[in-house]
Design a protein around this ligand. Structure first.
Ligand SMILES: [Mg+2]
Length: 109
């Protein structure tokens, strides 16, 4: 069992113990994921310094919901992470993207 599977099992057990699985449909989990992602901004709001622990907790909330959503939909998130990284490597080859903040569509041929 890989670590992602173990984390998914943990989020599933947490939900099951609380009888929350009934609320964990894809739409509501997708909404929750975006809402949790916006909370990542909270430690930065009106501050020049941020609390790293507060930020880490918000990132963990995002991971929690991401794992739950991928579990409910039986999505192998590690497989798709690898697929997306391959796509990103093709879209952003080092020789075209090194040190640049351009979108791939802005690269000159
Ligand atoms: Mg949060």
């Amino acid at each position: 069992m890989n670590e992602i599977t173990s984390l998914k099992d943990r989020t599933r057990a947490f939900s099951k113990e609380r009888d929350w699985e009934q609320y964990h449909n894809p739409k509501d989990l997708a909404i929750a994921l975006v809402l949790e992602a916006t909370e990542v901004l909270e430690p930065f709001r009106f501050k020049t310094e941020f609390n790293k622990e507060e930020l880490a907790k918000e990132l963990a909330d995002v991971l929690n919901i991401l794992l739950r959503l991928s579990d409910v939909l039986d999505i192998d998130i590690m497989h798709w992470f690898e697929e997306k990284m391959k796509e990103n490597e093709k879209k952003y080859p080092v020789e075209k993207s090194y040190g640049l903040n351009l979108k791939y569509s802005e690269f000159e041929d």
